[in-house]
Ligand binder design. Sequence first.
Ligand SMILES: Cc1cc2nc3c(=O)[nH]c(=O)nc-3n(C[C@H](O)[C@H](O)[C@H](O)COP(=O)(O)O)c2cc1C
Length: 488
Amino acid sequence: MPRFLFRQGVDICIKNNDIIIRTPYATRSDPNRQLLRISDAEEPIKKLVKKLSQEGIESNQYRDIPKEIGSTSPNFKLWRQLKDFYRKGLLIHEISGCNGIAIRLLPINPGIKQQLCPSDNKEIKLSTFTSIQPCLEGLDITSPLTSTTLRLQDHRLYPLIQRLVAPCTLESIRLLLPEDLCSQSQDIISLFLSSGMAGICNSEQNAEIDQDAIKAGWNKQDLSFHSHTRRHIIDHYQEELLPREINEASPKARNQRIILSTVSLPKPSIDNQDINFYQVLKKRKSIRTYKTSPISIKALGSLLWHSMHTREEIICDPALTRSYEGLLRPVASAGGLHSIELYLCIKQCIGVSPGFYHYDSFDHSLGRMSDLNKSCQNMLEMAVNTTCRAPQAASISPGQGQQPDVLIVMATRYERNSSLHSETGLAYALILKDTGAIYQQLYLVATALGLAPCGLSFGSSELFEKASGISRQIECSVGEFMVGNPGQ
Ligand SMILES: Cc1cc2nc3c(=O)[nH]c(=O)nc-3n(C[C@H](O)[C@H](O)[C@H](O)COP(=O)(O)O)c2cc1C
């Protein structure tokens, strides 16, 4: 029997004839859980609400109200109310068989539209954007395109998933179902469609629901990342279930690295500016060819100082329990976290011997970590190879790109962001935005200093891990930038 019942996180309060429903949902702009009020509720509605929060109700009983008697039917108001609860993401829809609950549609956001089983000549297919995660009750199917999770609790339904990877007729789905569930095949198909995990196939044999995303060229990973980090509605119930670190101090802003020796960098003098800010903006461009005379320690010191040196160590959100150490630097960073550190593969620089260095933004110095080992050479080589693919690289034919004097590698201490953003899920998205801010800062400062700047798209966490000796889960590279003295 298919059944509707309120999902977890829906709290009901009935006072006289008013029903107040506290939903599990809030928005990014208003973190309070949204309320739903039903004023002057009649007895049948009150009964319906009570049943939905206890044993649930049979979901098909109000489905077949003939259109002509529609609004005059005593059940019409109940049917309309149920539809409203469903659309608002408050109802679980589940189907049971001889093994108990077989399949459940679990809403995680409002905006769900119930879809009935289509006519027999249609074919159905799983959305290409779905993912499957095991959970204690069975398998959870999710998709970045929907507001639900579809939970398969009866393992006899698992083969269906595999079959639905290709278009399936309704009959072939029916044949796959065990006997006790076969009689409910229409409801099962309806659940797959309503959950958005499967769709009716179009002429190109794609699930219709995928069409826009396929047309726009989205891949599954990007779409998941995007929908996860740009969602407007928050499911409070799910967030409260997230594992929380108890009383764990937030990671320090300053992190010690093992270094062999230190090279102090000169602080720049600010009185020799011969180019103003607007001229810098106008002049900024990517330059990928270098003079044979290398960059100097003075220019490198100025670039790092104006881009990344730590101006001040601060305590962020001091009045809150989540207060944490932040930094102020010339470049901006979400929440003042500044989880990104700079590492430098120095091929040649007057005043600094070749090697792999960490920039100490507090002391404005370079900490030598190793010589210019094989991994650093590989990173420089990778920079050359990817340089040749740039759009305006006509001046450099493939294979003739130049290695920069210095390859700057940006690496993030993920833990800094994750400790603050465990609930928002924004940690990695904000790291990438911080990376973008650093790219632009390096571009502008390098331009002002008359250096040749060029950001890079390709980088290797593996090579960075080998060069730095730091586990890539602890600190991982997220961006690369080349600098040198500009050639013609
Ligand atoms: C995030 C980012 C990645 C880039 N990746 C590369 C790259 O891999 N290779 C390259 O030669 N240029 C790269 N560039 C430079 C762009 O190709 C360049 O900014 C673009 O062609 C516009 O030219 P302009 O910088 O001279 O205005 C990158 C720039 C940015 C901001």
